[in-house]
Structure formats: structure tokens, C-alpha cells
Design a protein around this ligand. Structure first.
Ligand code: PLP
Length: 387
């Protein structure tokens, strides 16, 4: 038995995407910068994909800069903008992905100040905090704000509109990390008030190693990769034509199938959480008071280590994720849960289930049955008190 319930980590490649990609590994191997027929075919594929990706998030094709993924898009946004400004303030929410947090910390070493906007117990941004932070920054100081549209762990959807309104009022550049939101909920760059938005193909049934940064034309941005004039001199390097074409197809499918995928995931999600609440009433579901993605449940069972539960479920053929990061051998509790005020003991027990377009009700049944069995076994050994 093998049941995959970790679609926020990555998604399988859609067969229709693979079909679009294959010719670029075989006969259509041209370099998109070449001036001959084979180069023109590659260029046309990239241009087509640029339109498809732009359409997914209501952006203009000229605003799409292809990158090697969401991590590079976030790095390019933060480092690229910071390079063209006098060091000032970078303001992040406390729940950002490491691909935003880490480059922001790097910029701290180059004179930028780092401020953090808190989240409340439901996981939602405390927007009033942002006004306080902005008000304390001297006029004329550069300001970059980064906020995700939806959280990868809890699935909480952030009130980016309010952040954008404040960013506009105080003259800040806004990056929205839409890596987890795109393909799951409707995303509108033009309407968001953001100047920058990051995307990743492998979260929407596209290939790994390709993504995009959507860049408003008013943004002055230094490339991170220097070389040729690719991507209108915003990201040098010979384009990965197959991956970009695949990203385009995945974006097209994500848009045309959005409402169907959303409805399907939501129905299963309701079913999963209804069974959790009735059969494991001690489960604490994080972020459940906030608006969330239709596919994500992040929860903890008292007295159970998430890592142990994850390993036992893995042995039983169930792939889920824990909310802990294991960096130096120590299992660190999720920074997202800590930011929400969850105790480290409880946070260490968290596991995330994220559903995808191939998820089925019988898989949820199997997961809940296995979880109940594991909970009985592990809780009987446990000495950890429920926080
Ligand atoms: N941003 C968020 C919210 C993510 O969840 C991820 C990946 O999990 C990334 C950025 C990084 O994207 P990529 O894996 O394409 O580098």
C-alpha cells in the first residue's frame, strides 16, 4: 500500500505536462537564443509558457521572469530589489518560508534591518503590527515587505490586500510568495497590490526546478545571476525549455481545472477533518479559525512526537509531513506554530496532511484508521503531557 498525502511538499508530474515536455528533450533541443529554426521553436515554446503562467495569476507576460523555482524567485526578489536601494528595513511575517527568511537574514549582514509582523493564535497576520512597524521607520528609508499568500504548513490564507494597502501608504515594495496558493485558490497579481510575486511549477503538477518571479515594471531590480541578456537581462542563463514549457502547461491546466480541483479538495478536506474531530477529538487542528487552503490540515495529537508518528505512518505506506525541521540532528518545532503561540511540546507533535487532485476518500479512510491505531500505541508509551 502506498498513499501520498503530502502534496504541499510536491506534486506528481501531470501526464499532459510530460507530453508537452518530451519533444524538448528529443528532437526540439534548440537553444532559444539561436537565430535559426530550431532556436525559434524553443523561443516560441518559452513565449507560449510565459503567456500561460501570466494568465494563471492575471499578470502581463512581460512581467514573468522564469527562475529555477520558488526559492530562486524569492531570492531574486529580495536581493535584487535590495541591491538597488540604500539599506533600510525588510519586514516579514513570522511564518514565511525559509526561502524568504534566509535571504532576508543575509541582507541583514549588508546593513538591512529586519522587522517581523506577528500572527495571532489562528495563524492570521496581525496587520495592526505592520502599521506600528511602518510608523516607526524614518521617512525616506527603503522598505521591502514579504508576505506569503498561503502558508505551506497550516494552509492559512493571509489578508494580503490589507498588507498591500499599508505598503502603498508607506511607500514599501511588496513581495507576495504565492508558491502554495497558486493552483489551489484564485491568484490575481494585477489586483493584489504587490510588485513582486513568486511561483513554483512543482506545486501545481509541473516539473521541479522551474518557477517564476512576477515583476511589476516599476520595480528596479538587479539580477542575482549575471551573464547573457536572458529574461530581459533579469535572469541570465540558457533557458530550460522543457521545464518552462511544462510549467506553462501545468499553469494552463491549473487555471482551467481550478474550480474542479478546489471543490474536490474541499469536499475531501471536510471529510478528513470531520473524521478527525469525531474519532480523535483530542486532535488540535492548527489555523482552523482562519480561512485556509482547501487541501491542508495541520494538527497534533497530545503526547505524540510528530517525527515518530511520521515514521510509523511511513512504514505503513502513508506519506505525510511533520511540522518539524531536522537540521542539526535536533528536531526543531515548526517556526510557524511557535509564531502562533503553540508550545514547543505540542508543536513537536504536529503532522501535516495535504491533499491533491488524485486524492480519494478511501485514502482518507485508510489514513484515519492507521492514525487511530498509531495514536493508541504511541500514547500508551507516551510520557509527554498535553500542552
Ligand atoms: N515558498 C513556499 C511557501 C514554499 O512552500 C516553497 C516550497 O515548499 C517555496 C517557497 C520554495 O519553492 P521551490 O521548492 O520551488 O524552491
Amino acid at each position: 500500500m502506498s498513499i501520498y498525502l503530502d502534496y504541499n511538499a510536491t506534486t506528481p508530474l501531470d501526464g499532459r505536462v510530460l507530453d508537452v515536455m518530451l519533444p524538448f528533450f528529443r528532437e526540439q533541443f534548440g537553444n532559444a537564443s539561436s537565430g535559426h529554426q530550431s532556436g525559434r521553436i524553443a523561443r516560441a515554446a518559452i513565449d507560449g509558457a510565459r503567456e500561460q503562467v501570466a494568465r494563471l495569476v492575471n499578470a502581463h507576460p512581460s512581467q514573468v521572469v522564469f527562475t529555477s523555482g520558488g526559492t530562486e524567485a524569492n531570492n531574486l526578489a529580495l536581493k535584487g530589489c535590495a541591491s538597488r536601494l540604500m539599506p533600510g528595513h525588510i519586514i516579514l511575517s513570522g511564518v514565511e518560508h525559509s526561502s524568504v527568511r534566509t535571504p532576508a537574514r543575509v541582507l541583514q549582514k549588508h546593513g538591512w534591518m529586519l522587522d517581523e509582523v506577528g500572527v495571532d493564535a489562528s495563524g492570521q497576520l496581525v496587520v495592526a503590527n505592520l502599521r506600528t512597524i511602518f510608523s516607526g521607520i524614518p521617512a525616506g528609508c527603503s522598505k521591502i515587505v514579504a508576505v506569503m499568500l498561503a502558508n505551506n504548513e497550516t494552509g492559512v490564507i493571509y489578508n494580503v490586500g490589507s498588507v498591500a494597502a499599508l505598503a502603498r501608504e508607506f511607500g514599501a515594495t511588496l513581495l507576495v510568495d504565492a508558491v502554495q496558493a497558486a493552483g489551489k485558490i484564485s491568484v490575481d497579481f494585477a489586483d493584489s497590490g504587490a510588485q513582486l510575486m513568486s511561483l513554483s511549477a512543482h506545486k501545481i503538477y509541473g516539473p521541479k526546478g522551474v518557477g517564476a518571479l512576477i515583476v511589476d515594471k516599476a520595480v528596479d531590480m538587479e539580477p542575482v545571476l549575471h551573464g547573457g541578456g536572458h529574461e530581459k537581462a533579469r535572469r541570465a542563463g540558457t533557458e530550460n525549455v522543457a521545464a518552462i514549457a511544462g510549467f506553462g502547461k501545468a499553469a494552463e491546466l491549473a487555471l482551467t481545472e481550478l474550480s474542479m480541483r478546489h471543490a474536490q479538495a474541499q469536499a475531501l478536506h471536510h471529510y478528513l477533518e470531520a473524521r478527525l474531530r469525531s474519532e480523535l477529538p483530542q486532535a488540535c487542528i492548527f489555523g482552523q479559525q482562519a480561512e485556509r487552503l482547501p487541501n491542508t490540515s495541520f494538527f497534533a495529537l497530545p503526547g505524540i512526537e510528530g517525527e515518530t508518528l511520521l515514521m510509523n505512518l511511513d512504514q505503513a505506506g502513508l506519506a505525510v509531513s511533520s511540522g518539524s525541521a531536522c537540521g542539526t540532528g535536533e528536531v526543531e518545532p515548526s517556526h510557524v506554530l511557535l509564531a502562533m503561540g503553540v508550545t514547543p511540546e505540542r508543536a513537536r507533535g504536529a503532522i501535516r496532511v495535504s491533499l491533491g487532485k488524485a486524492s480519494r476518500r478511501d485514502e482518507i479512510d485508510c489514513f484515519i484508521d492507521c492514525l487511530k491505531q498509531q495514536a493508541r500505541v504511541l500514547q500508551s508509551f507516551s510520557t509527554v503531557a498535553c500542552a
